[in-house]
Structures are given as C-alpha cells and as structure tokens.
Design a binder for this molecule. Structure first.
Ligand code: NAD
Length: 494
C-alpha cells in the first residue's frame, strides 16, 4: 500500500477512458494544489472536445454491453468495488486529504467508508429492480419496464470528491447505464483511482470513465447529444448554466446545489446534544459541506448560556495539518476560497453582530503557507445580514435568538435555499410539527448530519432538483417503457 503525505508530488495525471489511462488531445493541463501548503501536487490533462467525444463513444459501447449484463452480475461488481475500497481505505483517505484539504481524522473514518456503504447499498438494490404488470382485460395486459437511460454524465463539486463520484456512479451503474464522471478541477485525483478500482473489480471497459477539466469540459458534457443525463453537484449559478446547456438536447438533469440550513434549538432541548450538533453541523470539514447548519436559532431562555458555551468549545478545537490524526479542522480548499471566507468574516465583524470567537488566520508559523482560517462564531445576528443569507461554505456560524415557534419557522424558511435543517426539542409533537413545516429536503430531529445511503438526499427551492441516495434515485437513472400486449385480433375500425 502506498500512502501519500503532505509533501507528495505526483506525475501528470491523464484521463481514464475505456478501462485505461489515455492522454488528452487538447494539449492543455491544469495544476492541482495541496491546500495545506499551496504547493503543486501535479499537472492534470484537460479534456477537450475530441476527448469528450471519445469518452461518449466508449461509454456508448460500454452501455450496450453493461445494460444487458444481469443485475446480479452488476451487483457482484459493485460489491467487489466496495470491498476493494474498504481494503484500501487508508490509501484513498490519504490521497483525498492531500487533494481536498479534509483532515485524515475525517477521511479515514468517513469518505472511503461512506463510498463503500453506498456501493453496498446499491449492490443490494440491484436484485430488486423491477417493473410493473397490469391486467387490462382478459385478453390484454401491459408491462411497464424500467430501462436505463444510456450514457450519463456526473459533474462533481470539490468538497467530497470520492463520495460524490460514488453517489452518482453506483445508482447509475446498477440501473444499467454507463457513466462519464468529471471531478472538480480543484480535487481531481481520487476519481481516477476509483476508475482503476472499477476496472480491477471487473467492470467492463467504457462503463465508468473519467474526464478531467474545468467548467469548459463540464459544458462539453452538458451539451453533448450522445449523453442522456447530467447529474450535477455544485453551486446554484453553475447548476442553472448546466440546465440551460442540457435543454437543447432535453437531457434528464439532477442538481445537487448549495444551502444555508437552519438549526433550531428550543429551550427544552438536551442542551449538550444541541451544542454538539451546532459545532459538528458547522465545523465538520471546516464548514465546506453543503448541508451545514449555519443559521443557528436559539430560544431566548437558553440563548446566553448557549452562546457562552460555544466559545470555549471552539477555542479547544485543533486546527492544523490535515495529515495529523489529532487535527479536527484543516485548511480551506484554495487561496481564492479562503479570501472569500475571510471577506465574509470581515463583513460580519463590521456588522452589528457580536463576534464570539475565531475567524482569523492561525498564528503558528508552520500553518502560514496553507489556507487556514480558525472556526468563527457570530451571535446577535439579524436575518437580513448578508453573511447570514449567503452560502459561505466555510467555518462561519451565525447565531440568532427567537421567542416562539411560528416566528422561528417563518425566519428559518425565509431563504432561497432548502437543502437541510435541524430541530432540537424534547417535545415530540413540536419536533414533528417543525420538521414538517421546514422547507428542506432533509430535516434532522435531535441530531445533525448523518445520511445513510438508504435515505434520499437533495434540496427543495434553489438547493436543487431530484435526489441522490435511496430508492428515489433509481427513478432518476431509468425511464419506463410501456408494453401493451393484446392476445386477440385487432378489430376493424374503418
Ligand atoms: P462549482 O459550481 O463551482 O463547480 C462544480 C462543478 O461544475 C465543477 O466540476 C466545475 O468544473 C463544473 N463547472 C463549472 N462551470 C461549469 C459549466 N458552465 N458547465 C458545466 N460544469 C461546470 O461548485 P464547487 O465550488 O465545486 O462546489 C461548491 C458548491 O457545491 C457549494 O455551493 C455546495 O453547497 C455545493 N454542493 C452541494 C452538494 C449537495 O449534495 N447538494 C454537495 C456538495 C457540494
């Protein structure tokens, strides 16, 4: 097993098409950078239009074979991929840490294991895939088949690179589709390793391909007439462009977009649990998660105590080298993203909100080269402050006080987003009332952040279209064909 470390550099990375590495024809490369040091990890070849065409032709060939492969065989292949990932957990986790900034304490316990769980879930589902049968008359019945769409493209965000690739590939493949996956240009490495594992597990060539590149490569995929579906994860603005580009060829589109999720803490909540949720819901992955609960609403009777408790807990968090297993908060993905996050912190500091803790570059000399920002909390925030309304995608928590249920629901729902939300209370009926009233794709009651593969995940309002995970996703990777069969002669009509 070969583990990378903070100083690792790698050879130029290529594309993965037809079960092997191939050179891009574009002649262009881009660099992927280590967020902890801002040193170049390697060059990556950018896929141009000829490369995307080649991937589509190959994926079509892969589809024709794979769509006729019995589901039980698809299931076995996915199970083999899952078990290889589990065996190589450390190798994948170290590479993800190098490329995406997430501390090893997270990547060794979360990313690779979660990807395996998704594969195992859909491997199980494979053998339950079925259609419907209708008896229409004694001499007339119909069957409704579920058929794959064809070549599907996945376009990933940078923050959960391996997880996003698997979330798209596993349901697509289990339904008999082939896939071309484009990881984000900021974290392109683990998708290639995943493609290697698919091949090692026996997936036929052309069924899972990886093209690399920035938005231009993404656009080539969204516009390509040979692709039937785009599953996109990223920002809302980019999602809208994908939808526009996919429209002329009427592709199926799934959009997993951003959020600004509320976490509502009533005075009767288990105080320590709610505090734990606020911290993990804001600072896991340095806040670079789509479902972070960044708007924390706390009921007035416990507000001061809650805010007072947060500061020391955050000060005690270990910010630092992501390769140190003790580190809890690593660097942010890029210098540009760090500047954006620091800009929001400056905006918050200049507002009428009260600064509680953090939001600075750490002092230690060994962290100066990386994109580090200490976790920040602002309290006494108002709903209309820009840093409370915009998705920051970094370690910044806003805390607001509230007095009553209807008021907090109105305020929590007053956002264009609707990805997730949380409610803490010991009142069973209120927990359910609030969960139902929150405009979000996922609501946690007395918890925050868990997302087993069996549960659909996705947004309402401007947080997205469609779902990933769960059985719901099978609809997004299949289409129905109605076969209406008559067993008697057709009557003369004219
Ligand atoms: P982004 O929109 O900048 O990029 C996402 C991907 O789109 C990248 O692969 C990029 O190369 C590609 N892209 C850029 N322009 C394109 C175009 N015109 N056509 C096609 N593809 C194009 O997003 P990001 O900065 O990588 O990710 C952060 C965002 O992702 C946040 O908003 C976050 O909330 C969201 N996100 C959502 C989920 C979810 O499940 N809802 C999960 C993770 C991240």
């Amino acid at each position: 097993m070969k583990l990378v470390n903070a100083h690792t550099t790698l050879p130029t990375q290529r594309l993965y098409i037809d079960g092997e590495y191939v050179d891009a024809t574009s002649g262009e490369t881009f660099q992927t950078i280590n967020p902890a040091t801002n040193r170049v990890i390697c060059d990556v070849q950018q896929a141009g239009d000829e490369d995307v065409d080649r991937a589509v032709i190959t994926a079509r060939k892969g589809f024709l074979h794979w769509s006729r492969t019995p589901p039980v065989e698809r299931s076995r292949t996915l199970m083999r991929v899952a078990s290889i990932l589990r065996e190589r957990n450390l190798e994948f986790a170290y590479l993800e840490t190098l490329d995406t900034d997430r501390p090893l304490s997270e990547t060794t316990t979360d990313d690779v294991i979660y990807a395996s769980r998704i594969l195992e879930y859909y491997a199980g589902v494979a053998q339950t895939l079925r259609g419907d049968h209708y008896d229409l008359a004694p001499d007339n019945f119909a069957i409704v088949r579920r058929e794959p769409l064809g070549v599907c493209a996945g376009i990933g965000a940078w923050n959960y690179s391996l997880g996003i690739a698997v979330m798209k590939a596993a349901p697509a493949l289990v339904c008999g589709n082939s896939m071309i996956f484009k990881p984000a240009e900021l974290s392109p490495l683990t998708a290639l390793k995943l493609a290697e594992v698919f091949t090692e597990a026996g997936l036929p060539p052309g069924v899972f391909n990886v093209v690399q590149g920035d938005g231009r490569t993404g656009q080539l995929l969204s516009r390509h007439p040979g692709i039937s579906k785009i599953s996109f994860t990223g920002e809302g603005g980019t999602g809208r462009k994908v939808m526009v580009d996919a429209a002329p060829t009427l592709k199926h589109v799934t959009l997993e977009l951003g959020g600004k999720s509320p976490l509502i803490v009533f005075a009767d909540a288990d105080f320590d649990s709610a505090m734990n949720a606020a911290l993990v819901g804001n600072f896991f992955s340095a806040g670079e998660l789509c479902c972070t609960g960044t708007r924390v609403f706390v009921e007035r009777p416990i507000y001061d105590r809650f805010v007072a408790g947060l500061g020391p807990r955050v000060t005690a968090m270990r910010v630092g080298d992501p390769f140190d297993m003790e580190t809890q908060v690593g660097p942010l993905i890029s210098k540009a993203h760090m500047e954006k996050v620091l800009g929001y912190i400056e905006m918050a500091s200049a507002s009428a909100a009260t600064h509680v803790v953090g939001g600075r570059r750490p002092d230690s000399p060994e962290l100066q080269d990386g994109n580090y920002v200490t976790p920040a909390i602002f309290c006494d925030c108002a709903d209309d402050m820009q840093f409370v309304r915009d998705e920051i995608f970094g370690p910044v928590m806003s805390v607001m006080v509230f007095d009553e249920e209807n008021e907090v629901l109105r305020r929590a729902n007053d956002t264009v987003y609707g990805l997730a939300g949380g409610v803490f209370t010991s009142d069973f009926a209120r927990a359910h009332r609030v969960a139902i009233a929150l405009e979000a794709g996922t609501v946690w009651i007395n918890g925050y952040g868990s997302g087993p593969p069996s549960l659909p995940f996705g947004g309402v309002k401007q947080s997205g279209l469609g779902r990933e995970n769960g059985l719901a996703t099978l609809d997004a990777y299949t289409q129905t064909k109605t076969i209406n069969a008559s067993m008697s002669a057709m009557e003369r009509y004219y």
